[in-house]
Ligand binder design. Sequence first.
Ligand code: ADP
Ligand code: MG
Length: 258
Amino acid sequence: DAIESPLLEVTGLRKEFGGVVAVDGATFSVAEGSLTGLIGPNGAGKSTTFNCITGIHEPTGGRVTFDGQNITGLPPYTLANQGLVRTFQIARELSEMTVLENVMLAPGGQVGESVIRSVTPGLRGDVVKAETAVRDRAWETLEFFEIDHLAHENAGNLSGGQRKLLEMARVLMTEPEMILLDEPLAGVNPTLEEKLLERIHELRREQGLTFLLVEHDMDVIMNNCEHIIVMHQGSVLAEGDAETITSDERVLEAYLGG
Ligand code: ADP
Ligand code: MG
């Protein structure tokens, strides 16, 4: 079934590492406003695909378009400016800073600038107002993820799950259109997992955000994603809704056969 309004399109994507072909002609689309899951057995090429889309790896071949624009091989900073972001683990230097500081620093170029422009039209000197705007937005974002009580805690002291919420809060500060998540629930307790998934659904509903989720927990994928892409040996083996995927013999074989 063809995707009606694709926001992200990956066509014939290929990535070689020396002699290893990690991604071998992967082709798929992600519909605008969807929560799409990317699954597959270990070594299927999910993370490499993810890294090629998000500008971590330069693809060996193929094409990636976002919102109709060719974004193949563009670096993460440029992609963030276009509204396509991925979560990053909190870097060591940032773990010494508070949760609030981490979120306030996140906008970097794009949102920092857009917030500043909105309060300082062509004027210098209203930096304080601009900082207040970023701070207000940071608090709102912390409240949204229910980590505002941790605002003054060093990021390094957070639990694994709280850190994932902080990573999400940081990407949300950049006002993205699409968020890519690579195993965001690894090591997250069930309560925080539920919270994170609820927030993802809410962001789709309220703001029309699009998500591509790489996750090895099948239940999470099957219960939350309306479209699922199955990779195997570097290319797309099957795609469809949970029912389609679970009744596909080839998918079962791929998981059993590795
Ligand atoms: P997945 O995320 O689905 O488990 P990966 O994309 O991590 O799969 O890996 C796909 C294949 O590419 C594997 O065979 C892996 O060993 C190989 N691979 C991934 N990254 C590298 C790399 N940096 N150098 C060499 N081989 C790699
Ligand atoms: Mg992986």
